[in-house]
Design a protein around this ligand. Sequence first.
Ligand SMILES: C=C(OP(=O)(O)O)C(=O)O
Ligand SMILES: [Mg+2]
Length: 560
Amino acid sequence: MEIRGTGIGQGVAVGPVVRMAERLPEPVDRPSHLDPAREEERARASLSVVADELQRKGRQAGGAAQDVLEAQAMMAEDPTLVDDIVARLATGKTAERAVFEAFASFRDLLASMGGYMGERAADLDDVSQRVVAHLLKVPAPGVPNPGHPFILVARDLAPADTALLDLTQVLGLVTIDGGPTSHTAILAREKSIVAVVGAAGAAGLADGDTVIVDAADDRVTASPSPDEVAAARERIAERAARAAAPITPGALADGTAIPLLANLGSADGAAEALELGAEGVGLFRTEFLFLDANTAPSVTEQQEQYTRLLAAFEGRKVVVRVLDAGADKPLSFLNDAHEENPALGLRGIRALRHSEVILREQLTALAAADAATDADLWVMAPMIATVEETRYFTALCRELGIKVAGVMVETPSAALIAGHILKVADFASIGTNDLTQYTMAADRLLGTVANLQDAWHPSVLHLVKHVGDAGRADGRPVGICGEAAADPLLAVVLVGLGATSLSMSPSALADVRASLARYTREDAERIARAALVAEGAAEAKQAAREAAESAPTPSGTTVP
Ligand SMILES: C=C(OP(=O)(O)O)C(=O)O
Ligand SMILES: [Mg+2]
């Protein structure tokens, strides 16, 4: 039986299912037999124990997990939430019930905000469960430990659980809820856990069932045949061999260089990216540095961050994107207004233009960091829709000493007028995440329209080709920096459509490097043409697979 979901990464895993315990039942709403002051003491004590425990787990986990767990610890001691709990206790409720209700009302508030904030609702739920469990003196729902390797199946996983998964035991992860941008997915990606999220059909799986988790194909196979298990094991072995293969620069089988670059959100990831063979940085998301800031960062503070990044990539290309505020990445100092459709609102270059001082300061900091280091700095603007915006941005870059100034192609408009845009900009980098969202008119954060958010769709591929053709005509580089570049077969298609470099999360580099090495430019163009003429995303993927299978692959390898 096949269960569909959203795969994170390219891994495959086989093993027996172990289900995570279900959530605690809702505490009964009955009057407390203790007085409110005593109930308040109980509530405060449990909140504090849970906050301390989350802090401790954060320190133990380190990295991005630590940030997530510390944010959760802060939720447990948020004064507004505590006030809400105390107010409910004053009406005679039990501590368990008051905690449950207060967290639930905050949760609903976050969920109604949607997007990035909406996906934090699950984090708040987890804190609530932990506090209620502590009050009831029962174990908090957590990851089981059956004593053998297993595939963990859960409704959704709390960040605290994902961060501390024992990777020698957890072969793979399947969640029934959760989207590709939930914390579960973000942490799974960072830790290279084989995962399929949002697999509603997994609710029917039972402990001990053997399953194949195929992240590359967005599916979980229940009760697989012996042949299917053997094929999956072969793919696992091949992937391990690819990860262990010597790191070479990205290139097609005929030697055409396709530089493979890293997507980073902080200089902290630089060492790991280089270790995995990143030839430079194709997208540095500067807004990730300042997501918690209430005021714009100073030039000095920015200069320090950028210098650290550029120094780590001496002699290599580093593409920095100026602040991309808005929608899923709110920066209150750039746009604090409530918008009905934030993805179509004052975001990216539009927000920066509205606060030009902030843009000028960022470019000044970047130019200073460039002057102090030896990397090859390129700077680009997000959410460009017009030639006029391109002219505005590149002129400002030149004025402030940025040597290479380009734009992201994330709107269908920019793709369609790429010929004009590339007469002004030095390069283009296609953001396939947003380009897919805007082409398909499907919010990239909404699970309900996730089936439409597929960069394999020929509409998206046609737009990529349009940009590729424009780049070739003017001799301008056209990179790809959306998630699509991390899909090994789609990466070949994108190169066939004219992409000259690919940027991705570093954990995807080995698979994409191996995939490119199997095909010549001529193959890539033929595979791309097959996908381009298909009627839909699934058909395009299938057509590309078939075209790739007919390409003469080097012996001992198979088509991804
Ligand atoms: C790379 C992209 O930018 P972000 O995901 O940060 O919006 C994109 O839209 O594809
Ligand atoms: Mg984008």
